[in-house]
Write a protein that binds this ligand. Structure first.
Ligand code: UT7
Length: 326
């Protein structure tokens, strides 16, 4: 399987750290030094499905594949205002795709989970062209009265079109149960038979615990996938890591003893966009010509669950029309 098209879309609204400090007990210096985030984009006028549609359309356009040639549409999404239908069902028709569609929730690792499923479908001949759209609006389930999560998370969408070809070498996916370190609990309708009325609990995160789990598990995944492909850190030209906290990514970089240039970031502009963070970064780098034909690329992410994933691929250059670079 290889990637033949990329796209991304971000909300118009730019929110600075100072804007947050005007109503939360926080500061620009705390947020920048602890996380690397300077600004983020938050949904205001747009809807998540609109962002997902834009990212998907750009990915389709750059792939040269028509919507009706897509054999499967997979959306990676943690939560949105619709419990049903799925986000993929909502965008399928307007995009002009005529294929099965499904959503998966792999938290911030969802994009790598979706790639892995697509790879299996393509390898077994169940599908040829697959559209993956990671679209997230975590700002809609943070607690905006507390500073713990609302300064970190932000909204965005990234998409890729994948097809048969030589690109992805390997995937590692892991899962573990740590329900207390990162969760958002939504109340559903009460029935006459419920024992207790449930309450919605906005996103709760034990930041320090997640930080430690993230560094430990990403280093484990990266070491394992490099070793089993007879590669070292130096063989990788670009590391596209989940954009949550520059200190997490720097710990992985230091462990690998690799230069900063191999670890591009955009969390400073966009914050943590959950599973959309890697495909947004990938789209930006590819359109800027920084991801070049033949480069070895390593993806690694972690997220609530606790789930993690990593993958190695050889990048194939994508030709973008000027229109989509605007
Ligand atoms: O996609 C996966 C999602 N999650 C993550 O990636 C999060 C991983 N964890 C982290 O990124 C970091 O743990 C945080 C950025 C969340 C926190 O950084 P930290 O260096 O681990 O800080 P801490 O939690 O140890 O808190 C240090 C201090 C505390 O005050 P005291 O106890 O030292 O007085 C916190 O109450 O900073 C305080 N604090 C804040 N201060 C200003 C916590 N949040 C804030 C805030 N602004 N937003």
């Amino acid at each position: 399987m290889k990637i033949i098209g990329t796209g991304s879309a971000l909300p118009e609204k730019v929110v600075t750290n100072d804007m947050l400090a005007s109503f939360l007990e926080t500061s620009d210096s705390w947020i920048t030094t602890r996380t690397g985030i300077h600004t983020r984009r938050l949904l205001s006028k747009e809807t998540l499905s609109e962002l997902a549609m834009t990212a998907a359309s750009l990915a389709l356009e750059s792939s040269g594949i028509a919507p009706e040639e897509i054999d499967y549409l997979i959306c990676s999404n943690v939560a949105n205002s619709y419990v049903t239908p799925s986000l993929s069902s909502i965008i399928l028709g307007p995009l002009g795709c005529k294929c099965p569609c499904t959503d998966l929730n792999g938290a911030c690792t969802g994009f790598i989970y979706a790639l892995d499923i697509a790879d299996a479908f393509i390898k077994t001949g169940r599908a040829k062209n697959i559209l993956i759209v990671a679209a997230e609006e975590p700002s809609r389930f943070c607690n905006w009265h507390e500073r713990e999560t609302s300064v970190l998370f932000a909204d965005g969408a990234g998409a890729v079109v994948v097809t048969e070809g030589e690109g992805f070498k390997d995937f590692i996916l892991t899962g573990d149960t740590h329900t207390d370190v990162l969760y958002y609990k939504r109340s559903l309708e009460t029935t006459p038979f419920d024992r207790v009325e449930e309450k919605t609990v906005p996103l709760v995160m034990q930041g320090r615990e997640v930080f430690k789990l993230a560094v430990r598990s990403c280093i484990r995944d990266v070491d394992t996938i490099l070793e089993r492909n007879n590669m070292t850190g130096s063989d990788i030209d670009m590391y596209l890591l989940h954009q949550a906290n520059f200190r997490i990514n720097d710990s992985i970089r230091e462990h690998l003893e690799q230069p900063k240039e191999k670890f591009p970031t955009n969390m400073q502009k966009y914050g943590n966009t959950s599973s959309a963070s890697i495909p947004i970064l990938m789209d930006e780098l590819s359109r800027a010509g920084e991801l070049k034909d033949g480069m070895n690329v390593l993806l690694s992410a972690f997220g609530g669950g606790f789930v993690t994933g990593a993958s190695i691929l050889k990048w194939s250059g994508i030709e973008y029309k000027e229109k989509s670079e605007e």
